[in-house]
Design a protein around this ligand. Structure first.
Ligand code: HEC
Ligand code: HEC
Ligand code: HEC
Ligand code: HEC
Length: 110
């Protein structure tokens, strides 16, 4: 019985640690598909570094492409694609906080 309890405690501890790594429940990684080469975005690493969700999710927790796409006629032309929105958001911050800014560091061809 004692042994069973300590196994249970270990299992619960593992869950607690795994849970805290995903604080606020965003996806672990997101692959943003691009002919130029897919961009693997390490969401958890960014959650930890950036802290505030709304810094990126400025209109709620949803896909950026829901609004940033060429069919969205109410979107200013400067941001009406994932390329324009992401280059501004991702590269803009990397210039300030020191993430990658060269094409092939983000766009990986297999
Ligand atoms: C910080 C990461 C990052 C860097 C650096 C970056 N990109 Fe991108 N790029 C993205 C993301 C994210 C998208 C949006 C992908 C999608 O459509 O979901 C994108 C989209 C694109 C697209 C449109 C999709 C396609 O493949 O046709 C092109 C073209 C592109 N990037 C070219 C470039 C070039 C050229 C450079 C270097 C001057 C560059 N990117 C640097 C992240 C980056
Ligand atoms: C550095 C920018 C950044 C930060 C900070 C960030 N996210 Fe994200 N998140 C993204 C990007 C980019 C995507 C992919 C969006 C897409 O596929 O169009 C995404 C996707 C998501 C998704 C999946 C949306 C869907 O419908 O597929 C959820 C949920 C999410 N994020 C929640 C969070 C939460 C909660 C936080 C804060 C704890 C957070 N994000 C912080 C950039 C960020
Ligand atoms: C519900 C719609 C919607 C969603 C979802 C959305 N955006 Fe936006 N975004 C907009 C609109 C509208 C603008 C035009 C300026 C404004 O109203 O804030 C904009 C502007 C921007 C700008 C330019 C801001 C500036 O200061 O010049 C960037 C960068 C951007 N969005 C990135 C993103 C990223 C990255 C995501 C996903 C994590 C995202 N957006 C999700 C609607 C959206
Ligand atoms: C608000 C700031 C911020 C935004 C927005 C942001 N990043 Fe980053 N990113 C960082 C920082 C900080 C680092 C870490 C730099 C270091 O430690 O060397 C980083 C590192 C990276 C790296 C290299 C390490 C890794 O995690 O793989 C990639 C690739 C990357 N970011 C892609 C993206 C993409 C794609 C987007 C847009 C969808 C994005 N980032 C948006 C701040 C940001």
């Amino acid at each position: 019985m004692k042994r069973l309890l300590s196994v249970l405690a270990a299992v619960l501890f593992t869950f607690a640690v795994a849970g805290s790594a995903n604080a606020g429940a965003g996806p672990k990684t997101v692959v943003l598909k691009a002919p130029m080469g897919n961009v693997t975005f390490n969401h958890w690493a960014h959650q930890k570094k950036v802290k505030s969700c709304t810094k990126c999710h400025h209109k709620g927790m949803q896909k950026c492409s829901k609004c940033h796409n060429p069919n969205n006629k109410s979107m200013p032309a400067d941001y009406n694609s994932m390329k324009k929105a992401c280059h501004k958001a991702c590269i803009g911050c990397h210039k300030k906080m020191g993430g990658p800014t060269s094409c092939m560091k983000c766009h990986k061809r297999k």
